[in-house]
Design a protein around this ligand. Sequence first.
Ligand code: NAD
Length: 424
Amino acid sequence: MSYLEPAPIKDKENPLESMMQRFDKAVSLLGISEEMYYILKVPRQQVIVGLPVTMDNGSLRVFEGYRVVHSNILGPSKGGIRFDPGVNLDEVRALAAWMTWKCAVVDIPYGGAKGGVACNPREMSAGEIERLVRAYTVSMLDVFGPDRDIPAPDMGTGPREMAWLMDEYSKAKGMTVNGVVTGKPLVLGGSLGRTEATGRGVTSAALAAMDKLRLNPYRATAAIQGFGNVGSYAAALMHERGVSVVAISDISGGYHNANGIDIEAAMKYRNAHEGTLEGFPNAEKITNEELLSLPVDVLVPAAKEDVITVDNAASIQAKLIVEGANGPTSASADDIINQKGIVVVPDILANAGGVTVSYFEWVQNRIGYKWTLDRINRRSDRAMKDAFDRVYAASQQYKVSMRIAAYIVAIRKVAETYKFRGGY
Ligand code: NAD
């Protein structure tokens, strides 16, 4: 292994390894030179910091924090901050690359980054988390910046943490800089429409694909795995556009009704029952695994990674899979799905509505003006439709799946931009 090559990611079938396999395939189809391959693959900057934090009992604990800027070729880098005990440099590095391709595919002027701290926020008090966020921000003052690198929430972090980050960064700069981070609470410069943005983008992508497949939404059925932020809004909006959502699920299992689930009632039920669908009435209880193989037109995995694998891909009956989650399909299942003629709208396209509205949040912060929800929705719908059309056109041109086409569109854009900018 040359020193240029990042350490391989362990676990054969993990989603990040799957991403690299698809990246390599797209690169080989594009006929990119070896030099360019390394420019696209090797992260621009990798920062590891030790973060001493005083715990509530007076003891001092040192947490390890990371920020990887994979690319800033298209613009300032963008990517979430993950608080999770399993966070490590390999994972952050791969997630940062993922962001580069996602931003490029929807044509927003951002590179990709990711950050994380190895910690368990579920076992920490609000005060401990706040001190950790502030310590992390101070350590990253030379990395972050509205024109350099713009963090956002990811697993284990949310608007509260982003508010602390924005405050600490602003204090250090001696002025309010709300464009340094997205995913902020509305009163601090957060954007209208961000909460439902990813589910809305999933719906746009699903409708665009259904149009190509000549599937009439008013006659189509869908099954949606995961009923959190992405899955529940995707279900509600697909239902609004005429699709009959016959199955939904969460960690408690699946809920099936061939006549269609009342999505509004399901959202109300979940909100009234500590976030779970457990006991949801008027539906037959099924497993999450059974949901994946229902005879529906559209399947939306929107819960977690690696749920469609070689073990169950053959049993999928849907004509269309729209990936709301990141990495729900392992690379080894791709061939089976392609052979069955199932069309897949891949994650880096299908769930990019979230980062698109994050970009709108940053634009609003930079111009100091708040857009209406209507304007945000119209612009994000158009961005998703345009991205879908670009990827579809590439899939026709190169005669490849939409997944490989999405990587082709993204990699081609970053590589072409690099050629104009040049190196040393
Ligand atoms: P969330 O925590 O709001 O919801 C996750 C849902 O999945 C919950 O209903 C949960 O019960 C369910 N779930 C968890 N484990 C499960 C399991 N083993 N089987 C079945 N269901 C399970 O998360 P989210 O924000 O909706 O994110 C879902 C996926 O979408 C993740 O892969 C995430 O990375 C991806 N994603 C989210 C966004 C966003 O803006 N929220 C953007 C891009 C991608």
